[in-house]
Design a protein around this ligand. Structure first.
Ligand code: AMP
Ligand code: MG
Length: 404
């Protein structure tokens, strides 16, 4: 069993190859998918100079030096209705936001700064030439790459694709992921709870975690602590899934058969992560499927999913490798600890008279799942740190960064 730091574990996952083929999806279905193409714009955006204001468009040559200018108000130019001729000397036009600047127009004055009379408009002295005009190509120049393969599409990327006229995008097929829990003590909610039993909270949690990443998830139920049954279930799951995620059964307890089952079906590497909560995590292969064995303790299962399974599965999906951001925040708690293991504390941001700070949950037990429901983030405590004092700046990782 290898003793690994989280960074060492992650370094070994960085180059995991993509297993997902590509498909073409309509823009309306693209959200959350991994982009499979570099997208280049065939056009400039905006495609024409246009007004950034409701105002009046004028030609510089008509302006009176250092004084107001009275011009003929020759008409109105609305968005979507370009003027079909150049401006003539002495003319100004009312122009609305988004309307194309006519040939000859050099600037726009906000309508609030103009005086309108019958058929004429008076502009203030010395308007800034070029002001309130959005230039052609200001957003995108024709031929520029606007989206990069490997990007997980957010609403704004969907918008950018539409901006340049795309109706669909080449994306990676979503991973097919099987989720199983294990343990003779684990019972399905809805059933009575026999003595010594607990309800299965890991499987719904892990299914939700995997769905939030856009995967197609199969719920394969719970496995008893029996080697033959575990082997059989894993072998079947490996046939039609890209990844199999299990919880529990990977410690070295006598009834923990997951390891033996995977080893007999394929290959298994077990990591004792120098991380709290978290150890141990098992990674392997069964046929063409990746095996990810998470710990049974509910908080450990969640944290190892977010820290190890998530980046691995995203790589398999063709996503660009990213490191979730941490932000330095002032501690509103004190802590003394033994060095050696990196630790993720369940944390919550608070804003009070002292400004922004972060507090920790009363429990650091990896069995207390309600602490995850309480938390909005994790404090990332370096392995070497022995003491946190109130006011000290410490790295905070928002859960929102690792829950999708
Ligand atoms: P294990 O890794 O199988 O030794 O399990 C470690 C701890 O996590 C034990 O206390 C188990 O009862 C608990 N556990 C295992 N699987 C689940 C589950 N699906 N839901 C909730 N707790 C679990
Ligand atoms: Mg167990």
């Amino acid at each position: 069993m290898a003793d690994l730091s989280l960074d060492e574990a992650l370094a070994s996952l960085r180059d995991v190859p993509c297993v997902a083929g590509t498909e073409f999806v309509a823009l309306g279905k693209a959200l959350g998918h991994v982009l499979a193409e570099d997208v280049v714009s065939p056009l400039s955006v905006p495609p024409h100079d246009n007004s950034a204001m409701d105002g009046v468009v004028y030609a510089q040559a008509d302006l009176s030096p250092d004084s107001e200018t009275r011009l003929t108000l020759a008409g109105t130019i609305a968005a979507g209705h370009p003027l079909d001729r150049p401006m003539l000397p002495g003319e100004a036009f009312r122009i609305f936001t988004g309307a194309p600047i006519p040939v000859g127009g050099d600037g726009v004055v906000m309508q609030e700064d103009c005086r309108f009379e019958d058929g004429a408009v008076t502009l203030p002295a010395n308007p800034r030439i070029g002001e309130h005009i959005r230039r052609v190509g200001e957003d995108v120049t024709a031929g520029a790459q606007v989206l990069t393969a490997g990007t997980r599409l957010r609403p704004q990327e969907v918008g950018v694709a539409a901006l340049i006229g795309r109706t669909g995008l080449a994306v990676r097929r979503p991973l097919k992921v099987a989720v199983l829990s294990s343990g003779d003590e684990v019972v399905e909610p809805g059933r009575p709870l026999p003595p010594g039993a607990i309800y299965d909270s890991n499987r719904p949690t892990v299914i939700a975690l995997a769905r939030a990443l856009g995967f197609i998830v199969t719920d394969l139920g719970r496995l008893p602590d029996r080697l033959d049954v575990v082997k059989d279930a894993l072998a079947r799951a490996a046939n039609d899934h890209d990844a199999i995620i299990t919880t529990g059964g990977v410690s070295v307890g006598g009834e923990d058969h997951m390891r033996a089952a995977v080893e007999s079906l394929g290959r298994l590497e077990q990591w004792r992560l120098k991380m709290k909560p978290g150890k141990p995590v098992a990674l392997g292969e069964i046929g063409r499927a990746r095996f990810i064995g998470l710990p049974g303790n509910p908080v450990s299962a969640m944290v190892t999913f977010m820290m190890i399974a998530r980046p691995l599965l995203l790589r398999m999906s063709g996503a660009t490798w990213t490191t979730p951001p941490r932000f330095p925040v002032a501690a509103r708690f004190a802590l003394r600890r033994k060095p050696g293991r990196r630790e993720f504390l369940r944390a919550r941001l608070i804003v009070d008279q002292q400004g922004l700070g972060v507090e920790t949950h009363r429990s650091d037990s990896s069995g207390v799942l309600t602490s995850m429901a309480w938390a909005d983030g994790l404090i990332d405590v370096p392995a070497t740190l022995t003491e946190v004092t109130p006011g000290m700046m410490i790295d905070y990782l928002p859960l929102s960064e690792v829950l999708s």
